[in-house]
Design a protein around this ligand. Structure first.
Ligand SMILES: CC(C)(COP(=O)(O)OP(=O)(O)OC[C@H]1O[C@@H](n2cnc3c(N)ncnc32)[C@H](O)[C@@H]1OP(=O)(O)O)[C@@H](O)C(=O)NCCC(=O)NCCS
Length: 182
């Protein structure tokens, strides 16, 4: 039987596990239990997972703009905090937090793999990372949001600050959020 992902692209989450809704042409909707837990965890700069993170970022954030992440000086990232969203062993999302002093970070390079977008994974990743940042003493977050991603960050409580500006050739907006314990 051939299964097709449902058009709503919504995954249900039950006790940390995903339940995927599929549509079968012959028998209507089917709920599939996905036993692989989604997990957000730090990625060490020297770990093999960092190479996977770079590949994901290049695929999602640079190649579509005609750029190559590997042309950039990545050495500065040694001092930044890297986080991945893993579906089992597969990296499906990532984000970097650059400490900026005075209990602040800049969130950068947020990306969810194209097959996984709009299924709640960006929210899962960023909300989990915010909690990890709080545990590290962070209280303020700033970021440069691509124009088309502003709505996503607004859903997570970020607000636009000031005028838009151009970065990597496209319109961006300064956004910020104050972190607090739930
Ligand atoms: C932007 C991105 C990180 C969002 O992750 P995602 O997994 O697709 O988003 P989610 O499914 O978790 O969405 C969370 C909420 O934000 C909304 N949302 C997601 N992307 C949005 C967008 N581009 N514009 C407006 N709202 C958006 C969703 O509808 C959802 O709302 P809900 O909670 O009311 O249902 C992801 O789409 C992505 O990697 N895009 C390409 C790279 C990129 O632009 N990165 C950001 C660079 S600043």
């Amino acid at each position: 039987m051939e299964f097709i992902p449902t058009g709503s692209k919504k995954l249900l989450r039950v006790a940390g596990m995903e339940v995927t809704v599929w549509r079968s042409e012959s028998s209507g909707y089917v709920f599939c239990y996905n036993p692989r837990p989604m997990q957000v965890r730090p990625i060490a700069y020297d770990a093999p997972e960092y190479r996977e993170e770079l590949a994901l970022r290049n695929r999602m954030l640079r190649i579509p703009l005609g750029l190559d992440l590997f042309d950039e000086d990545l050495e500065v990232e040694r001092g930044q905090w890297h986080f991945g969203l893993f579906d089992g062993d597969v990296l499906v999302g990532c984000v970097v937090a650059a400490p900026s002093g005075d209990k602040g970070v800049q969130i950068r390079q947020m990306a969810i793999d194209s097959d996984s977008q709009r299924t709640g994974r960006g929210r899962t990743l960023l909300e989990s990372v915010e909690q990890m940042l709080i545990d590290r003493g962070v209280r303020h977050v700033v970021l440069h949001a691509r124009d088309e991603a502003v709505g996503f960050y607004q859903k997570l409580g970020y607000t636009v600050v000031g005028e838009g500006f151009v970065e990597v050739g496209i319109l961006h907006h300064h956004m910020k959020k104050q972190l607090c314990r739930p």
